[in-house]
Design a protein around this ligand. Structure first.
Ligand code: SF4
Length: 366
């Protein structure tokens, strides 16, 4: 981006922030987003300090943070078996299950390989026919289509997955039903919405009378999303609007949705720090169950959902507190020595707050 564009965007962003501040007719608007990249943009750009009457809360927008510890424990156990190699994305490598992470397992002699995509994992299976390659298949609706496409592309017989895909709209509904925190509006995640489109949010917006805006990831996108929400909240308009029209279509990515529907069925799922959320997970359909590592390997894992002592990731993920309100933040818990999952992943709110908690926009504004 050249300096003219930066200056133009900065000036537009400030105009939108001014519009928001002028249209805040109450002292506090609580707007939640559910996306690690949005949290990065908001924190890195210092958006919170530009719009003081808008309380921007991060919800469960980091798939690594909410991944079930039971699935991590299973991956650790499998990686310590003789003929098994577990593949994982980088962020997942350091997240502990009930006791150990895959990184710990590697230190104990386990076979673990960090990969950039599920395609790399399948290639490893092809090149290592004497090993069972188990991929930790994690992510929201954004990555689930790649997993589905890979399972439909005739992967080698020694390849399987630990299905850990989760769905965002049911989690939004769950938080609204919990009612632990007032939520005046939602910024819907851009990446997820490129896949699912606008429709899955509509019922929630209408039934719970909560306005929603799908927003992109530039600071200007987020500010525009907030401005649209403030107008909708003030007008009592409970629907879903799309700020991110350059990437999100009403119907979403039909091909990707088809892939997901072919391979997965919707199930209840455990979200770490939150609990079991109805119809929020993706399990493999029966005809694909041979790719499910939990079916392929006869390995028992005790269901232990306890969080590390003192860690308040659950409260952070439900938007009840900001990361710095956790007593361990930046003291016992840092990105180098993380206590909870929200400090491990680059999309975790605690990690983002620790690294980028300054006010970038204020700095460049002088
Ligand atoms: Fe958990 Fe660390 Fe965040 Fe506290 S600061 S909520 S211990 S990840």
């Amino acid at each position: 981006m050249d300096s003219h564009m930066i200056l133009r965007d900065r000036s537009l962003a400030l105009k939108v922030a001014k519009y928001i501040n002028e249209h805040c007719s109450r002292d506090r608007y609580v707007i939640m987003h559910v996306c690690g990249t949005h949290e990065y943009t908001i924190t890195h750009s210092g958006i919170r300090s530009l719009i003081p009457k808008v309380d921007l809360r991060a919800g469960p927008g980091c798939p690594v943070c909410v991944a079930s510890p039971v699935n991590i424990d299973l991956a650790v156990k499998l990686s310590l078996m003789d003929n098994v190699l577990v593949t994982t994305f980088g962020d997942m490598f350091r997240v502990k299950g009930s006791k150990f992470s895959l990184m710990d397992s590697k230190g104990m002699g386990g076979r673990v390989q960090v990969v950039y995509s599920i395609h790399d994992a399948v290639e490893l299976a092809r090149r290592n026919p004497n090993f069972e390659v188990v991929h930790f298949a994690i992510g929201f609706e954004t990555t689930a289509p790649s997993t589905a496409a890979m399972l439909l592309s005739n992967p080698p017989k020694n390849f399987s997955i630990i299905p850990t895909h989760l769905l965002i709209p049911p989690a939004m509904l769950y938080l609204l039903n919990l009612g632990e925190i007032r939520i005046d509006g939602f910024i819907c995640p851009g990446h997820v919405s490129t896949i699912i489109g606008v429709k899955p949010y509509l019922d929630i917006a209408y039934s719970k009378r909560v306005p929603m805006v799908i927003a992109g990831f530039e600071p200007l996108d987020v500010l525009m999303g907030v401005a649209m929400l403030i107008d909708m909240i003030n007008d009592g308009e409970y629907t879903v609007k799309n700020e991110y029209t350059r990437a999100v279509r009403f119907e979403g990515n039909v091909k990707a949705i088809e892939l997901m529907n072919t391979v997965f069925k919707v199930s209840d799922a455990y979200w770490r720090g939150i609990g079991f959320i109805p119809k929020s997970g993706l399990e493999l359909k029966d005809e694909f169950s041979s790719f499910d590592a939990r079916v392929r390997f006869d390995v028992e894992v005790e269901a232990d959902y306890t969080m590390p002592p003192g860690c308040r990731c659950g409260d952070v993920l439900r938007g009840l507190i900001m990361p710095w309100e956790c007593p361990l933040f930046a003291k016992a818990c840092t990105p180098e020595n993380p206590v909870g999952p929200c400090m491990v992943s680059s999309e975790g709110s605690c990690s983002i707050a620790y690294k980028y908690g300054g006010s970038y926009l204020h700095k460049i504004m002088g």
